[in-house]
Design a protein around this ligand. Sequence first.
Ligand code: AMP
Length: 285
Amino acid sequence: MSKLKIGIQKSGKLYNGSIDLLNRADIKFDQTKNQLIHLSKNFPLEIYFLRNSDIPKYVEDGVLDIAIIGNNQLLESGSDIKITEKLGFSKCRLSLAIPKEKLFSNIGFFENKLIATSYPKSTKKFFNDLNISVRIHKISGSVEIAPNIGLADGICDLVSTGSTLENNGLKEVALVLESEAVLIESATITAEKQSTLNELLFRIRSIIGAVNKKYILFNILNENVDDIIHLLPVLKSPTILKLKRPGWSSVHAVIDKEKFWQIVSKIKEKGAQDILVMPIENIIS
Ligand code: AMP
């Protein structure tokens, strides 16, 4: 059986998230970093550790069947490779930033300015679409120091928390694009490999679906059950079981992680007791 070939970053921001996703999908492989290719021990997958910027070309040429890459990198490559799945990690934005002390009222600020970036194509496209002419200075690392050493008027770089900009006396003034890790797929994938990919996607989707959810269970007096049901935006509807102790019920539900504290304080107010909250590994619809 020919094995599905996946490319992932050999180092950098996407490395940990990619390894974590494969681990959670129960794909077992030797994780020592000094080898370019790893074979999975329990899944027909060959894992290639590559330089980020080389990955789109390998997928385009069919050397790799699939890959995990930042959407920003894909857009920068100018390639029209298919995105099969958004993976929900390594979220960041490509933004324009200028020295804090500069006045910025609108994007026209950048007219004829010199911008340092590792993403020249995306930056150029952004300004072309706005009919603003800029000069671009391509640099491959430490972009954020460019304005301080007089190399550029501003930068176009990836921002996650914003602390790198802050530490370098810069302020974010415009969003160029938003990005996250995505799974991309070669156009030349064979039917046999497609079925392996479907199995992998099934696992990945069940993991992504669970990442932002929590499982909550608690006890409540029967007379208060109706008051809390509408507070639980769940998959279908909450499970309500009678407790052995008369007059009490146990309520089980899956809730959105980001609404967790809000929901917990509301149900507590309505009389929920013994609240247990658990992470969910997979959701298979
Ligand atoms: P932060 O200080 O958290 O805003 O991160 C900014 C620094 O991390 C910059 O050097 C970015 O180039 C880099 N960075 C942030 N997020 C990502 C990402 N998802 N992929 C690659 N580089 C990133």
